[in-house]
Design a protein around this ligand. Sequence first.
Ligand code: MSP
Length: 501
Amino acid sequence: MSFYITTPIYYVNAQPHLGHAYTTIAADVLARHMRQRGEDVFFLTGTDEHGEPIADAARAQGLEPQELADRNAERFKALMPRLESSNDFFIRTSDEQHKARVQQVLQRVHDNGHTYKGMYEGWYCPRCADFKVENEIAEGNRCPIHEIPLERQQEENWFFRLSAFQVALERLYAERPDFVMPKHHFNEARSFIASGLQDVSLTRARLQWGVSVPWDPGHVFYVWFDALLNYYTALGYARPGEDLTDRFWPAHYHIIGKDILKFHTVYWPALLMAAELAVPRHVFVHGFLLGSDGRKMSKSLGNVLDPFEVMDEFGTDALRFYLMRDVAFGSDGAVGMESVRARYDSELANEYGNLASRTIAMVRRYRSGALPEVATDPALAGEFDGLATQVAALLDRAEATQALELIWLRIRRLNRYVEERAPWVLAKDPESADALDQTLASLIEGIRVLSVLLHPYMPSSTQRLLDALGGSELTLDRAEFAPRGGGGTVADLAPLFPKRA
Ligand code: MSP
Protein backbone atom coordinates (compact mmCIF):
# COMPACT_ATOMS: atom_id res chain seq x y z
CA MET A 1 0.00 0.00 0.00
CA SER A 2 1.20 3.51 -0.64
CA PHE A 3 1.44 5.99 2.20
CA TYR A 4 1.92 9.67 1.49
CA ILE A 5 2.54 11.98 4.44
CA THR A 6 3.31 15.69 4.53
CA THR A 7 4.31 18.45 6.91
CA PRO A 8 3.18 22.01 6.34
CA ILE A 9 5.70 23.92 4.28
CA TYR A 10 7.52 26.42 6.44
CA TYR A 11 7.58 30.15 5.96
CA VAL A 12 11.07 31.26 5.10
CA ASN A 13 10.74 34.60 6.86
CA ALA A 14 11.36 33.03 10.26
CA GLN A 15 14.30 31.08 11.63
CA PRO A 16 13.63 27.38 12.11
CA HIS A 17 12.16 26.98 15.59
CA LEU A 18 10.57 24.41 17.83
CA GLY A 19 7.18 24.46 16.07
CA HIS A 20 8.84 23.47 12.79
CA ALA A 21 10.89 20.77 14.49
CA TYR A 22 7.77 19.40 16.16
CA THR A 23 5.66 18.95 13.03
CA THR A 24 8.62 17.50 11.14
CA ILE A 25 9.54 15.00 13.85
CA ALA A 26 5.96 13.81 14.25
CA ALA A 27 5.56 13.25 10.52
CA ASP A 28 8.93 11.53 10.40
CA VAL A 29 7.96 9.09 13.17
CA LEU A 30 4.90 8.06 11.18
CA ALA A 31 6.82 7.83 7.91
CA ARG A 32 9.52 5.65 9.47
CA HIS A 33 6.95 3.42 11.12
CA MET A 34 5.12 2.90 7.83
CA ARG A 35 8.40 2.02 6.13
CA GLN A 36 8.93 -0.60 8.84
CA ARG A 37 5.61 -2.06 7.79
CA GLY A 38 6.84 -2.34 4.23
CA GLU A 39 4.52 0.38 2.91
CA ASP A 40 5.49 2.37 -0.13
CA VAL A 41 6.13 5.67 1.68
CA PHE A 42 6.56 9.18 0.40
CA PHE A 43 7.29 11.85 2.98
CA LEU A 44 7.27 15.47 1.92
CA THR A 45 8.37 18.68 3.60
CA GLY A 46 9.63 22.02 2.31
CA THR A 47 9.33 25.78 2.34
CA ASP A 48 6.57 28.27 1.64
CA GLU A 49 8.29 31.17 -0.07
CA HIS A 50 5.76 33.48 -1.65
CA GLY A 51 3.48 36.14 -0.25
CA GLU A 52 3.60 39.51 1.30
CA PRO A 53 5.50 38.72 4.50
CA ILE A 54 8.48 37.44 2.50
CA ALA A 55 8.35 40.31 0.03
CA ASP A 56 8.22 42.79 2.93
CA ALA A 57 11.06 41.12 4.82
CA ALA A 58 13.23 41.12 1.68
CA ARG A 59 12.54 44.78 1.03
CA ALA A 60 13.43 45.66 4.60
CA GLN A 61 16.82 43.97 4.11
CA GLY A 62 17.44 45.47 0.67
CA LEU A 63 17.21 42.07 -1.03
CA GLU A 64 15.20 40.58 -3.85
CA PRO A 65 12.57 38.17 -2.48
CA GLN A 66 14.24 35.29 -4.31
CA GLU A 67 17.56 36.04 -2.63
CA LEU A 68 16.00 36.05 0.79
CA ALA A 69 14.07 32.89 0.02
CA ASP A 70 17.21 31.12 -1.24
CA ARG A 71 19.15 32.06 1.83
CA ASN A 72 16.47 31.08 4.33
CA ALA A 73 15.29 27.94 2.54
CA GLU A 74 18.83 26.63 3.04
CA ARG A 75 18.38 26.87 6.80
CA PHE A 76 15.26 24.74 6.67
CA LYS A 77 16.90 22.28 4.33
CA ALA A 78 19.81 21.98 6.73
CA LEU A 79 17.42 21.44 9.63
CA MET A 80 16.11 18.20 8.14
CA PRO A 81 19.22 15.99 8.49
CA ARG A 82 19.83 17.59 11.87
CA LEU A 83 16.42 16.31 13.03
CA GLU A 84 17.10 12.98 11.29
CA SER A 85 14.10 13.66 9.13
CA SER A 86 13.79 11.00 6.44
CA ASN A 87 11.80 13.15 4.02
CA ASP A 88 11.87 11.89 0.45
CA PHE A 89 11.83 15.35 -1.06
CA PHE A 90 12.11 18.97 -0.03
CA ILE A 91 9.82 21.22 -2.03
CA ARG A 92 10.31 24.94 -2.45
CA THR A 93 7.36 26.89 -3.78
CA SER A 94 9.72 29.01 -5.85
CA ASP A 95 10.62 25.87 -7.87
CA GLU A 96 9.66 26.41 -11.52
CA GLN A 97 7.93 23.03 -11.74
CA HIS A 98 5.82 23.83 -8.71
CA LYS A 99 4.72 27.13 -10.19
CA ALA A 100 3.84 25.57 -13.54
CA ARG A 101 1.71 22.92 -11.91
CA VAL A 102 -0.04 25.43 -9.65
CA GLN A 103 -1.00 27.34 -12.78
CA GLN A 104 -2.34 24.19 -14.43
CA VAL A 105 -4.49 23.20 -11.48
CA LEU A 106 -5.87 26.66 -10.82
CA GLN A 107 -6.53 27.23 -14.52
CA ARG A 108 -8.72 24.13 -14.32
CA VAL A 109 -10.53 25.56 -11.30
CA HIS A 110 -11.10 28.73 -13.34
CA ASP A 111 -12.21 26.82 -16.45
CA ASN A 112 -14.62 24.82 -14.30
CA GLY A 113 -16.35 28.09 -13.42
CA HIS A 114 -15.36 28.29 -9.76
CA THR A 115 -13.86 31.79 -9.92
CA TYR A 116 -15.12 35.33 -10.51
CA LYS A 117 -13.74 38.83 -10.30
CA GLY A 118 -14.88 41.07 -7.47
CA MET A 119 -13.91 43.73 -5.01
CA TYR A 120 -12.51 42.57 -1.74
CA GLU A 121 -12.50 44.56 1.40
CA GLY A 122 -11.67 43.14 4.75
CA TRP A 123 -9.49 42.88 7.81
CA TYR A 124 -6.16 41.46 6.87
CA CYS A 125 -3.34 40.06 8.99
CA PRO A 126 -0.05 40.49 7.15
CA ARG A 127 1.66 37.83 9.30
CA CYS A 128 -1.01 35.18 8.58
CA ALA A 129 -1.31 36.49 5.01
CA ASP A 130 -5.02 36.05 5.59
CA PHE A 131 -8.20 38.07 5.51
CA LYS A 132 -10.09 37.38 8.72
CA VAL A 133 -13.79 36.61 8.87
CA GLU A 134 -15.93 38.01 11.64
CA ASN A 135 -15.46 35.27 14.24
CA GLU A 136 -11.70 35.33 13.76
CA ILE A 137 -11.14 38.90 14.81
CA ALA A 138 -9.90 39.42 18.35
CA GLU A 139 -10.69 42.43 20.50
CA GLY A 140 -9.46 45.74 19.23
CA ASN A 141 -9.39 44.45 15.63
CA ARG A 142 -6.42 42.27 16.32
CA CYS A 143 -5.22 39.00 14.91
CA PRO A 144 -6.09 36.29 17.45
CA ILE A 145 -2.88 34.41 16.55
CA HIS A 146 -0.32 37.18 16.23
CA GLU A 147 -2.08 39.73 18.42
CA ILE A 148 -1.13 42.51 16.00
CA PRO A 149 -3.63 45.06 14.64
CA LEU A 150 -5.41 43.94 11.48
CA GLU A 151 -5.23 46.16 8.43
CA ARG A 152 -8.26 47.28 6.46
CA GLN A 153 -7.57 46.35 2.87
CA GLN A 154 -9.46 46.68 -0.38
CA GLU A 155 -8.60 45.51 -3.85
CA GLU A 156 -9.94 43.87 -6.97
CA ASN A 157 -9.38 40.13 -6.76
CA TRP A 158 -10.33 36.93 -8.38
CA PHE A 159 -12.47 34.97 -5.97
CA PHE A 160 -12.81 31.28 -5.37
CA ARG A 161 -16.44 30.22 -4.92
CA LEU A 162 -15.91 28.51 -1.59
CA SER A 163 -19.59 29.03 -0.73
CA ALA A 164 -20.56 26.77 -3.64
CA PHE A 165 -18.86 23.87 -1.81
CA GLN A 166 -20.86 24.21 1.38
CA VAL A 167 -23.00 21.16 0.71
CA ALA A 168 -20.17 19.06 -0.69
CA LEU A 169 -18.05 19.79 2.38
CA GLU A 170 -20.91 19.00 4.72
CA ARG A 171 -21.29 15.70 2.92
CA LEU A 172 -17.55 15.00 3.17
CA TYR A 173 -17.69 15.53 6.94
CA ALA A 174 -20.85 13.45 7.30
CA GLU A 175 -19.34 10.56 5.36
CA ARG A 176 -15.80 10.65 6.72
CA PRO A 177 -15.78 11.00 10.51
CA ASP A 178 -11.99 10.62 10.51
CA PHE A 179 -11.29 13.13 7.76
CA VAL A 180 -9.95 15.49 10.43
CA MET A 181 -8.33 14.08 13.58
CA PRO A 182 -8.45 14.28 16.55
CA LYS A 183 -12.19 14.58 17.04
CA HIS A 184 -12.31 18.01 18.64
CA HIS A 185 -10.65 19.47 15.59
CA PHE A 186 -13.05 17.60 13.33
CA ASN A 187 -15.85 19.30 15.25
CA GLU A 188 -14.16 22.65 15.02
CA ALA A 189 -13.81 22.39 11.25
CA ARG A 190 -17.33 21.13 10.88
CA SER A 191 -18.82 23.99 12.82
CA PHE A 192 -16.77 26.48 10.85
CA ILE A 193 -18.41 25.06 7.72
CA ALA A 194 -21.84 24.97 9.34
CA SER A 195 -21.57 28.66 10.23
CA GLY A 196 -21.75 29.41 6.49
CA LEU A 197 -18.91 29.68 4.01
CA GLN A 198 -17.96 32.93 2.32
CA ASP A 199 -16.08 33.09 -0.95
CA VAL A 200 -12.39 33.75 -0.55
CA SER A 201 -10.02 35.76 -2.62
CA LEU A 202 -7.79 33.66 -4.79
CA THR A 203 -5.47 36.30 -6.20
CA ARG A 204 -3.65 39.47 -5.22
CA ALA A 205 -3.40 42.44 -7.53
CA ARG A 206 -0.79 44.50 -5.71
CA LEU A 207 1.75 41.83 -5.10
CA GLN A 208 4.32 40.53 -7.58
CA TRP A 209 6.10 37.91 -5.50
CA GLY A 210 4.05 34.83 -6.26
CA VAL A 211 2.78 32.55 -9.00
CA SER A 212 1.23 34.63 -11.75
CA VAL A 213 -2.37 34.02 -12.72
CA PRO A 214 -2.37 32.56 -16.24
CA TRP A 215 -5.69 34.13 -17.25
CA ASP A 216 -4.90 37.53 -15.71
CA PRO A 217 -1.13 38.00 -15.57
CA GLY A 218 -1.32 41.23 -13.55
CA HIS A 219 -2.29 39.11 -10.54
CA VAL A 220 -0.51 36.49 -8.50
CA PHE A 221 -2.23 33.70 -6.62
CA TYR A 222 -2.92 34.26 -2.98
CA VAL A 223 -0.06 32.54 -1.20
CA TRP A 224 -2.20 30.02 0.63
CA PHE A 225 -3.52 28.45 -2.59
CA ASP A 226 -0.04 28.29 -4.05
CA ALA A 227 1.22 26.79 -0.77
CA LEU A 228 -1.50 24.18 -0.31
CA LEU A 229 -0.93 22.91 -3.80
CA ASN A 230 2.64 21.94 -2.90
CA TYR A 231 1.28 18.64 -1.66
CA TYR A 232 0.10 17.89 -5.16
CA THR A 233 2.73 19.54 -7.33
CA ALA A 234 5.70 17.86 -5.61
CA LEU A 235 4.63 14.44 -6.81
CA GLY A 236 4.97 15.67 -10.38
CA TYR A 237 8.67 16.45 -10.21
CA ALA A 238 10.23 15.05 -7.04
CA ARG A 239 11.75 12.22 -9.12
CA PRO A 240 13.09 13.52 -12.41
CA GLY A 241 11.49 11.80 -15.37
CA GLU A 242 8.86 10.15 -13.19
CA ASP A 243 5.40 11.29 -12.17
CA LEU A 244 4.50 9.93 -8.73
CA THR A 245 0.98 11.34 -8.67
CA ASP A 246 -0.89 8.15 -9.48
CA ARG A 247 1.23 6.20 -7.05
CA PHE A 248 0.74 8.47 -4.02
CA TRP A 249 -2.26 10.73 -4.51
CA PRO A 250 -4.28 11.48 -2.40
CA ALA A 251 -2.22 12.03 0.73
CA HIS A 252 -2.79 9.69 3.62
CA TYR A 253 -1.94 12.28 6.22
CA HIS A 254 -1.38 15.98 6.19
CA ILE A 255 0.11 16.76 9.59
CA ILE A 256 -0.55 20.37 10.61
CA GLY A 257 -0.68 22.65 13.62
CA LYS A 258 -4.03 23.88 14.81
CA ASP A 259 -3.40 27.47 13.67
CA ILE A 260 -3.69 26.40 10.03
CA LEU A 261 -6.75 24.21 10.42
CA LYS A 262 -9.15 26.29 8.33
CA PHE A 263 -6.91 26.23 5.28
CA HIS A 264 -6.40 22.48 5.38
CA THR A 265 -9.82 21.31 6.44
CA VAL A 266 -12.05 23.76 4.57
CA TYR A 267 -10.28 25.56 1.73
CA TRP A 268 -8.10 22.64 0.71
CA PRO A 269 -10.76 19.96 0.19
CA ALA A 270 -12.98 22.51 -1.59
CA LEU A 271 -10.15 23.51 -3.88
CA LEU A 272 -9.40 19.89 -4.71
CA MET A 273 -13.04 19.25 -5.50
CA ALA A 274 -13.06 22.31 -7.75
CA ALA A 275 -10.03 20.92 -9.56
CA GLU A 276 -11.58 17.43 -9.72
CA LEU A 277 -8.83 15.91 -7.60
CA ALA A 278 -9.24 13.42 -4.76
CA VAL A 279 -9.22 14.86 -1.24
CA PRO A 280 -6.76 13.61 1.39
CA ARG A 281 -7.65 10.71 3.64
CA HIS A 282 -6.81 12.47 6.89
CA VAL A 283 -5.71 15.81 8.17
CA PHE A 284 -4.13 15.35 11.60
CA VAL A 285 -4.07 18.48 13.70
CA HIS A 286 -1.55 18.74 16.50
CA GLY A 287 -1.62 21.19 19.34
CA PHE A 288 0.66 24.00 20.34
CA LEU A 289 3.82 23.68 22.32
CA LEU A 290 3.61 26.28 25.04
CA GLY A 291 6.28 27.84 27.20
CA SER A 292 7.14 26.19 30.49
CA ASP A 293 4.73 28.62 32.17
CA GLY A 294 1.90 27.37 29.97
CA ARG A 295 1.80 30.62 28.00
CA LYS A 296 2.47 31.05 24.33
CA MET A 297 6.22 30.88 23.69
CA SER A 298 7.74 34.25 23.11
CA LYS A 299 11.23 35.60 23.27
CA SER A 300 10.11 38.49 25.45
CA LEU A 301 8.63 36.14 28.06
CA GLY A 302 11.87 34.15 28.04
CA ASN A 303 9.96 30.86 27.96
CA VAL A 304 11.14 29.57 24.58
CA LEU A 305 12.52 26.06 24.22
CA ASP A 306 15.25 26.10 21.58
CA PRO A 307 15.43 22.78 19.70
CA PHE A 308 19.08 23.38 18.81
CA GLU A 309 20.01 23.79 22.44
CA VAL A 310 18.25 20.52 23.26
CA MET A 311 20.02 18.71 20.42
CA ASP A 312 23.41 20.16 21.38
CA GLU A 313 23.05 19.11 24.98
CA PHE A 314 21.11 15.86 24.73
CA GLY A 315 21.20 14.75 21.09
CA THR A 316 18.60 14.57 18.36
CA ASP A 317 17.01 11.36 19.60
CA ALA A 318 16.38 12.94 22.98
CA LEU A 319 14.61 15.90 21.35
CA ARG A 320 12.50 13.58 19.23
CA PHE A 321 11.62 11.39 22.20
CA TYR A 322 10.87 14.33 24.44
CA LEU A 323 8.49 16.02 22.01
CA MET A 324 6.57 12.85 21.27
CA ARG A 325 6.47 11.83 24.92
CA ASP A 326 5.89 14.93 26.98
CA VAL A 327 3.03 16.49 25.00
CA ALA A 328 0.15 14.26 23.97
CA PHE A 329 0.22 14.45 20.18
CA GLY A 330 -2.98 16.26 19.22
CA SER A 331 -3.17 18.40 22.38
CA ASP A 332 -1.41 21.50 23.61
CA GLY A 333 1.29 21.17 26.21
CA ALA A 334 3.93 23.08 28.09
CA VAL A 335 7.55 22.27 27.32
CA GLY A 336 10.80 23.48 28.83
CA MET A 337 14.42 22.65 29.48
CA GLU A 338 13.66 21.46 33.02
CA SER A 339 11.28 18.79 31.83
CA VAL A 340 13.67 17.79 29.02
CA ARG A 341 16.31 17.17 31.70
CA ALA A 342 13.88 15.24 33.88
CA ARG A 343 12.74 12.94 31.06
CA TYR A 344 16.29 12.48 29.86
CA ASP A 345 17.59 11.48 33.28
CA SER A 346 14.73 9.29 34.43
CA GLU A 347 13.57 7.70 31.21
CA LEU A 348 16.31 7.80 28.59
CA ALA A 349 19.42 7.49 30.77
CA ASN A 350 17.97 5.33 33.56
CA GLU A 351 15.14 3.31 32.18
CA TYR A 352 16.20 2.62 28.60
CA GLY A 353 19.92 3.38 28.39
CA ASN A 354 20.77 1.73 31.66
CA LEU A 355 18.63 -1.30 30.95
CA ALA A 356 20.58 -1.80 27.73
CA SER A 357 24.00 -1.18 29.28
CA ARG A 358 23.57 -3.38 32.29
CA THR A 359 22.03 -6.23 30.31
CA ILE A 360 24.83 -6.16 27.76
CA ALA A 361 27.40 -5.93 30.56
CA MET A 362 25.90 -9.02 32.23
CA VAL A 363 25.94 -11.05 29.03
CA ARG A 364 29.57 -10.08 28.57
CA ARG A 365 30.53 -10.77 32.17
CA TYR A 366 28.61 -13.99 32.77
CA ARG A 367 28.60 -15.47 29.27
CA SER A 368 31.62 -13.83 27.64
CA GLY A 369 29.29 -11.98 25.32
CA ALA A 370 27.64 -15.09 23.87
CA LEU A 371 23.87 -14.85 23.67
CA PRO A 372 22.32 -17.98 25.14
CA GLU A 373 20.41 -19.95 22.51
CA VAL A 374 17.74 -21.12 24.91
CA ALA A 375 14.01 -20.78 25.29
CA THR A 376 12.94 -17.33 26.49
CA ASP A 377 10.59 -16.85 29.43
CA PRO A 378 7.06 -17.60 28.15
CA ALA A 379 5.43 -15.50 30.87
CA LEU A 380 7.46 -12.46 29.91
CA ALA A 381 6.91 -13.18 26.21
CA GLY A 382 3.18 -13.22 26.94
CA GLU A 383 3.38 -9.64 28.14
CA PHE A 384 4.62 -8.63 24.70
CA ASP A 385 1.82 -10.43 22.88
CA GLY A 386 0.01 -8.19 20.46
CA LEU A 387 2.22 -5.21 21.28
CA ALA A 388 3.42 -4.57 17.71
CA THR A 389 -0.16 -4.80 16.44
CA GLN A 390 -1.38 -2.35 19.07
CA VAL A 391 1.41 0.09 18.28
CA ALA A 392 0.60 -0.17 14.57
CA ALA A 393 -3.11 0.40 15.21
CA LEU A 394 -2.36 3.52 17.26
CA LEU A 395 0.04 4.87 14.68
CA ASP A 396 -2.56 4.24 11.98
CA ARG A 397 -4.47 6.93 13.83
CA ALA A 398 -1.33 9.03 14.33
CA GLU A 399 -1.55 8.47 18.11
CA ALA A 400 2.19 8.81 18.46
CA THR A 401 2.23 9.55 22.19
CA GLN A 402 -0.02 6.68 23.13
CA ALA A 403 1.96 4.23 21.03
CA LEU A 404 5.14 5.39 22.75
CA GLU A 405 3.50 4.92 26.14
CA LEU A 406 2.64 1.28 25.33
CA ILE A 407 6.24 0.64 24.37
CA TRP A 408 7.53 2.41 27.45
CA LEU A 409 5.41 0.32 29.79
CA ARG A 410 7.40 -2.68 28.52
CA ILE A 411 10.71 -0.90 29.07
CA ARG A 412 9.62 -0.54 32.69
CA ARG A 413 8.52 -4.15 32.74
CA LEU A 414 12.00 -5.26 31.66
CA ASN A 415 13.58 -3.18 34.39
CA ARG A 416 11.37 -4.90 36.94
CA TYR A 417 12.28 -8.23 35.40
CA VAL A 418 15.95 -7.53 36.03
CA GLU A 419 15.17 -6.86 39.68
CA GLU A 420 12.89 -9.90 40.01
CA ARG A 421 15.37 -12.31 38.47
CA ALA A 422 18.49 -10.73 39.99
CA PRO A 423 20.93 -12.26 37.49
CA TRP A 424 23.85 -11.31 39.74
CA VAL A 425 22.49 -13.74 42.33
CA LEU A 426 21.86 -16.46 39.74
CA ALA A 427 25.42 -16.04 38.51
CA LYS A 428 26.81 -17.05 41.86
CA ASP A 429 25.17 -20.45 41.82
CA PRO A 430 26.22 -22.97 39.12
CA GLU A 431 22.87 -24.75 39.59
CA SER A 432 21.12 -21.62 38.34
CA ALA A 433 23.01 -21.58 35.06
CA ASP A 434 19.90 -22.43 33.04
CA ALA A 435 17.84 -19.81 34.82
CA LEU A 436 20.54 -17.25 34.13
CA ASP A 437 20.63 -18.23 30.45
CA GLN A 438 16.90 -17.84 30.20
CA THR A 439 16.93 -14.51 32.00
CA LEU A 440 19.62 -13.05 29.78
CA ALA A 441 18.08 -14.39 26.57
CA SER A 442 14.69 -12.95 27.58
CA LEU A 443 16.06 -9.55 28.50
CA ILE A 444 18.00 -9.25 25.29
CA GLU A 445 14.99 -10.36 23.28
CA GLY A 446 12.77 -7.82 25.03
CA ILE A 447 15.26 -5.03 24.45
CA ARG A 448 15.57 -6.00 20.81
CA VAL A 449 11.80 -5.99 20.23
CA LEU A 450 11.33 -2.66 21.97
CA SER A 451 14.21 -1.10 20.06
CA VAL A 452 12.63 -2.12 16.77
CA LEU A 453 9.40 -0.46 17.91
CA LEU A 454 11.23 2.61 19.20
CA HIS A 455 13.23 2.99 16.03
CA PRO A 456 10.90 5.54 14.38
CA TYR A 457 11.15 7.72 17.48
CA MET A 458 14.88 7.44 18.08
CA PRO A 459 16.50 6.21 14.89
CA SER A 460 20.18 6.46 15.82
CA SER A 461 20.30 5.19 19.38
CA THR A 462 18.06 2.23 18.59
CA GLN A 463 20.24 1.42 15.59
CA ARG A 464 23.37 1.52 17.75
CA LEU A 465 21.79 -0.73 20.31
CA LEU A 466 20.52 -3.21 17.75
CA ASP A 467 23.95 -3.29 16.11
CA ALA A 468 25.50 -4.13 19.48
CA LEU A 469 23.05 -7.00 19.83
CA GLY A 470 24.34 -8.45 16.60
CA GLY A 471 21.99 -6.57 14.27
CA SER A 472 18.29 -7.01 13.84
CA GLU A 473 16.15 -6.17 10.90
CA LEU A 474 14.00 -3.15 11.51
CA THR A 475 10.84 -4.39 9.86
CA LEU A 476 7.80 -4.50 12.07
CA ASP A 477 7.41 -8.25 11.73
CA ARG A 478 10.68 -8.47 13.69
CA ALA A 479 8.97 -6.85 16.67
CA GLU A 480 7.62 -10.20 17.89
CA PHE A 481 9.10 -11.67 21.05
CA ALA A 482 10.81 -14.87 19.89
CA PRO A 483 10.40 -18.14 21.82
CA ARG A 484 14.16 -18.69 21.68
CA GLY A 485 17.19 -16.47 22.12
CA GLY A 486 18.89 -15.83 18.83
CA GLY A 487 22.48 -16.78 19.66
CA GLY A 488 25.35 -14.69 18.35
CA THR A 489 27.41 -12.31 20.42
CA VAL A 490 26.87 -8.92 21.93
CA ALA A 491 29.36 -6.16 21.51
CA ASP A 492 30.33 -3.53 24.02
CA LEU A 493 28.13 -0.47 23.85
CA ALA A 494 28.99 3.03 25.00
CA PRO A 495 26.11 4.50 27.02
CA LEU A 496 23.23 5.41 24.70
CA PHE A 497 22.21 8.34 26.87
CA PRO A 498 25.21 9.22 29.02
CA LYS A 499 24.48 10.36 32.54
CA ARG A 500 24.88 14.08 32.89
CA ALA A 501 27.31 15.48 35.40
N1 MSP B 1 3.51 28.28 5.59
C1 MSP B 1 2.42 27.91 6.42
C2 MSP B 1 1.95 26.50 6.13
C3 MSP B 1 1.56 26.24 4.70
S1 MSP B 1 1.13 24.58 4.45
C4 MSP B 1 0.48 24.52 2.93
C5 MSP B 1 2.81 28.01 7.89
N2 MSP B 1 4.12 27.97 8.15
S2 MSP B 1 4.77 28.17 9.59
O1 MSP B 1 6.19 28.08 9.36
O2 MSP B 1 4.30 29.34 10.20
O3 MSP B 1 4.28 27.01 10.52
C6 MSP B 1 4.50 25.69 10.22
C7 MSP B 1 4.00 24.75 11.29
O4 MSP B 1 4.65 24.98 12.53
C8 MSP B 1 2.50 24.85 11.53
O5 MSP B 1 1.95 23.56 11.52
C9 MSP B 1 2.42 25.43 12.91
O6 MSP B 1 1.31 24.96 13.58
C10 MSP B 1 3.67 24.87 13.54
N3 MSP B 1 4.01 25.64 14.73
C11 MSP B 1 4.53 26.89 14.82
N4 MSP B 1 4.64 27.22 16.14
C12 MSP B 1 4.19 26.21 16.90
C13 MSP B 1 4.22 25.90 18.27
N5 MSP B 1 4.62 26.76 19.19
N6 MSP B 1 3.83 24.66 18.65
C14 MSP B 1 3.53 23.68 17.74
N7 MSP B 1 3.54 23.93 16.45
C15 MSP B 1 3.56 25.25 16.01
O7 MSP B 1 1.95 28.06 8.73
